[in-house]
Design a protein around this ligand. Structure first.
Ligand SMILES: Cc1cc2nc3c(=O)[nH]c(=O)nc-3n(C[C@H](O)[C@H](O)[C@H](O)COP(=O)(O)OP(=O)(O)OC[C@H]3O[C@@H](n4cnc5c(N)ncnc54)[C@H](O)[C@@H]3O)c2cc1C
Length: 406
């Protein structure tokens, strides 16, 4: 009789694990509490799904934040090329965008999910939806899975329940609880790739403003901590968007150090060039009030705040602005200051940092070193990466190893 395998969690990690196990002739049941597979996958990349990255697989390690060595075997066993080939086999066309990010040609994450559905059905995986796994026991080397509907017995078990962020997608951290019942340890769980709250109360006036081609830098009292160039957006509480999420990853260690964030709104211009540019704009608007003279240089919403930060009366006529005031204006544009208040909660984080301790999992098979026949895949493990498609690749690659060894 075929071995019976249960995969808990139909996210990308569970889908790959189940399909690969099915392709090896295992009798696989894939269980998810949701009404459909890949609920988080559906919202990835703002609904477009940044499937993976086109960089050489060896470059992926530079983008992994924690326990990169643990991922050697998985990344090389099932790489970015492998997931693209698999999805193409099931009818998905892909394209490469800025930063080597790979997306479906249709810009629809639902097309990625459709390809995965075909992959699962081709490999005869039984999918059990609307089924919450409440607990898992082990008796006579068999896994007893208790759900809201049933009790089922399996020879092998894969835990692919994801992390704790965006709990409405089903990732509510249940896997940590299951792992603990098997004696596994869980590292401290915290949000990663998460928006940042800002102390300044005028921040809400900037809500909705998105900035492209700016440099965001983070500073402790003593030094520059990190800087990143790209896009960001202001929200009612602070800042979000790609460069903010990336920078959030580096700031955890320093949150008690009074982090100061600075935005260089014109990174392409050095101080001299920006001053020349401001002087030119001043010449053109010589008789206008300063508040009406910066439209070509800055987004509307920023103008009153930049003028406030430069300590200039917004009603002042441009030809009366002193050199000192002009230089303060320049400084506010090159070093637009924001004071870090806190991170947004884990519910709003893209990724959960922390999870099942990697030392307790065999990196070549994803099998537990504590319980034979028990496997882990995806975000439930203590690994996480930056944005760019790397987190999904972690899910597929670890899912592949689990599916290939159950
Ligand atoms: C808004 C957002 C955008 C993102 N965009 C990208 C992107 O573009 N590219 C990228 O690489 N990464 C992205 N990520 C990260 C990526 O989505 C995750 O890393 C990835 O989904 C993790 O896969 P997983 O299979 O481990 O877990 P999940 O996708 O979280 O899947 C876990 C599944 O387990 C199920 N489950 C949990 N507990 C139980 C239980 N007790 N019983 C039954 N089922 C259970 C859940 O319902 C869920 O379906 C994004 C994340 C978010 C939140």
């Amino acid at each position: 009789m075929n071995e019976k395998v249960c995969v808990v969690g139909a996210g990308p990690a569970g889908i790959i694990a189940a399909g690969i196990a099915g392709s090896r002739g295992k009798d696989v049941i894939l269980i998810d509490k949701n009404e459909r597979i890949g609920k988080k996958l559906f919202i990835t990349g703002k609904g477009r799904c940044n499937i993976t990255n086109n960089a050489p697989i060896e470059d992926f390690f530079d983008n992994v934040m924690k326990n990169k060595n643990f991922l050697y075997s998985s990344f090389y066993s099932f790489s970015n090329r492998d997931i693209i080939n698999l999805l193409e086999t099931y009818g998905l066309k892909t394209k490469v965008e800025r930063g080597n990010r790979i997306f479906p040609e249709s810009d629809k994450s639902s097309d990625v999910i459709k390809a995965f559905q075909k992959f699962l059905s081709d490999n005869k995986v039984n999918i059990l939806l609307n089924t919450n796994v409440n607990s898992i026991d082990i008796k006579n080397r068999k896994f007893i899975v208790n759900t809201n509907n049933d009790e089922m017995t399996f020879d092998k078990l894969v835990i692919a329940t994801g992390g704790k962020s965006y709990p409405s997608t089903g990732s509510t951290g249940d896997g940590y609880k299951f792992a603990e019942t098997f004696g596994h340890s869980i590292t401290k769980i915290r949000p990663s790739l998460v928006p940042i709250e800002i102390k300044e109360d005028w921040i809400k006036d900037l809500q909705g403003l998105s900035l492209k081609n700016v440099t965001l830098s983070a500073h402790s009292k003593k030094r520059l901590l990190y800087e990143e160039f790209g896009e960001m957006i202001f929200t009612h509480y602070g800042i979000s968007g790609p460069i903010v999420l990336s920078i959030s990853n580096y700031l955890y260690r320093y949150i008690n150090d009074g982090i100061r964030l600075l935005i260089d709104l014109k990174p392409a211009l050095d101080n001299k060039k920006l001053d020349d540019r401001i002087l030119r704009d001043f010449e053109l608007n010589n008789n206008k009030k300063i508040k009406n003279s910066l439209d070509d240089l800055l987004p509307q919403k920023l103008i009153p705040i930049i003028i406030f930060l430069a300590d200039i009366d917004p009603e002042k006529i441009v030809n009366q602005i002193t050199k000192e005031e002009r230089l303060k204006l320049l400084n506010s544009i090159k070093e637009f200051p924001l004071n870090f208040k806190s991170f947004r909660p884990i519910e709003e984080a893209i990724i959960t940092s922390g999870g099942v301790v990697t030392k307790e999992i065999n990196p070549s098979t994803m099998e537990s070193k504590l319980v034979e026949g028990l496997y882990f895949a995806g975000e439930v493990i203590d690994v996480d990466a930056l944005t760019g498609g790397y987190n999904l690749q972690i899910a597929y690659s670890t899912g592949y190893l689990a599916g290939n060894h159950v």
